[in-house]
Design a protein around this ligand. Structure first.
Ligand code: BES
Ligand code: MN
Ligand code: ZN
Length: 499
């Protein structure tokens, strides 16, 4: 689908989308088109339940006196409630309707809304952004789809009085969408396609955008002493990889922000094998890595004025005669030893070495790691919030605000030192699982031992990578969670400007 911006005129053919605020109030363009159509729009609204509530949709087919095939009225809700975020949802809703109706071209008129918190151009750009986010589809492996099952929408024209500035705002947003789509693609790909080396190849593609990409294999990680990460990968036929991405958009003297991702390309559980039911979902256990790669793509794509490093530990957790055993003791790069009680608690073993490496090499302003770390976080927070754990209140506040602003919400859980005893081992410095209860917190306490007091946040996205249901801006399936959150965090607090 091509998205473009133009000034307001009535299009020839196709669908025309018009916004309606609460109480069935048409916007300026709508009022004049309703007049051309002899009041057909007003009559249609009155003879239906459509009131202009946010996200309501009403189709008027073949309106008289207007040269379009269909008019789609979409509810914007109360003007005072209309924000950059809420109009994205409206854009998503509209796209869903256009896709199911089978329109090939559509235009949407976005007039400024009196009383809204956002100006016309920002409304137009964010509507288009929501539309693009919803229009995503992972269909590489559908070879037998009939033409009538395929989406037909070729072009969406956003009509606005402020086309020039809308285009400019959208230019940055669409780069973030590119990052979100990369994350969704990587998560959707199965484990036979995305494994550590192929994930590294995908990351290498960012070099086109000016990202410096380095990849370390088993031998170099062994030299660095990454016994915790390598222990997880040792049962797999696929070599483990450490992927390091650097985007330098600010002065060299500026400390980077660091993003770290769990990249378990398939988590079978290892010798502590998972039950069969639902195991196929564990291809998404690299969702943290996908979010980091997607964010690096977004930052580079929109040329963010920040220095950022993204570091991903990519491994496959498999059972085999070479796999690590429950009870094995491994030595991490930090020198701390770990008793591996359960080989299925592998994410924290991978992150232990990646976090240590990242703070040691880059001395970042802060580190944020994203990981599908625990099933327990789904029990705690369901599919509404990602779990947030941190040693830094300022980072928590900023992440919380960025999450609200992007509707990728995070909720802080405690990291009190009383939880630290959960991971005491009888024979090593720590064990890799806690006792009963607070499974997400003991995992976070484990990670904390490898951050070396750097400001740090851990976001447990086990629920968020593949939500149970779609939303207005995410079709059902992989969400790309984390890209918009992290991009927003950087944009609002670490580029020396506000957007
Ligand atoms: N990748 C899983 C966590 C997970 C589970 C993510 C379900 C998404 C959905 C992780 O590696 C894992 O297996 N965690 C164990 C930890 C346990 C062995 C202490 C878990 O959550 O059961
Ligand atoms: Mn596991
Ligand atoms: Zn896992």
């Amino acid at each position: 689908m091509k998205i473009s911006f133009a000034s307001i005129t009535t299009p020839d053919g196709g669908a025309l989308v018009l916004g309606v605020t609460g109480g069935r109030k048409l916007m300026a363009t709508g009022v004049s088109i309703d007049r051309d159509a002899g009041g057909a729009l007003t009559r249609a609204m009155k003879s239906s339940r459509f009131e202009g509530k946010k996200g309501q949709v009403l189709s008027v087919l073949q309106p008289p006196g207007v040269g379009v095939d269909r008019i789609v009225l979409v509810g914007l809700g109360k003007p005072a409630d209309l924000t950059a975020l809420s109009v994205r949802d409206v854009g998503g809703k509209v796209i869903a309707d256009l896709l199911s109706a089978g329109d090939q071209t559509a235009a949407v008129a976005i007039d400024p809304v009196k009383g809204a918190k956002v100006a016309g151009p920002a409304l137009a750009a964010n509507f288009a952004y929501g539309a693009r986010l919803r229009n995503y589809r992972f269909d590489r492996y559908r070879t037998k789809e009939k033409p009538e099952e395929k989406p037909r929408l070729k072009r969406l024209t956003v009509l606005t009085g402020g086309a020039v500035s809308a285009r400019k705002i959208f230019a940055a947003l669409t780069k973030v969408a590119d990052g979100v789509f990369t994350a969704r693609d990587l998560v959707s790909e199965p484990g036979n396609v995305i494994y550590p080396k192929s994930l590294a190849s995908e990351a290498r593609k960012l070099s086109k955008l000016g990202v410096k990409v380095e990849v370390l294999g088993d031998a170099r990680m062994k030299k660095l002493g990454m016994g915790a990460l390598l222990g997880v990968g040792q049962g797999s036929a696929r070599e483990s990889q450490l992927i390091v991405m650097q985007w330098n958009g600010a002065a060299a003297s500026k400390k980077p922000v660091a993003l770290v991702g769990k990249g378990v390309t398939f988590d079978s559980g290892g010798i502590s094998l998972k039950p069969g039911a639902g195991m196929e979902m564990m291809k998404f256990d690299m969702g943290g890595a996908a979010a980091v790669i997607g964010t690096m793509k977004a930052l580079a794509g929109r040329k963010a004025k920040v220095n950022a490093v993204g570091v991903v530990g990519a491994v496959e957790n498999m059972p085999s005669s070479k796999a690590q055993r429950p009870g094995d003791v491994v030595t991490s790069m930090s020198g701390q030893t770990i008793e591996v009680i359960n080989t299925d608690a592998e994410g924290r073993l991978v992150l232990a070495d990646v976090l240590w490496y990242t703070q040691k090499r880059f001395k970042p302003q802060f580190m944020i790691n994203l990981a599908t770390l625990t099933g327990a976080i789904i029990v705690s927070l369901g599919y509404e919030y990602a779990g947030l754990f941190s040693n830094d209140d300022k980072l928590v506040e900023r992440l919380t605000k960025a999450g609200e602003a992007e509707n990728e919400k995070v909720w802080r859980l405690p990291t009190h030192d009383n939880y630290d005893k959960h991971i005491k081992s009888d024979i090593a410095d720590m064990k890799n699982v806690g006792g009963s209860g607070a499974g997400s917190i003991s995992a976070a306490k484990f990670l904390e031992r490898f951050v070396n007091k750097v400001p740090w946040a851990h976001i447990d996205i086990a629920a968020m990578v593949w939500p149970k249901e779609g939303s207005d801006v995410n079709p059902k399936g992989a969400s790309g969670f984390g890209v918009r959150l992290l991009d927003r965090l950087v944009a609002d607090y670490y580029e020396g400007k506000r957007r």
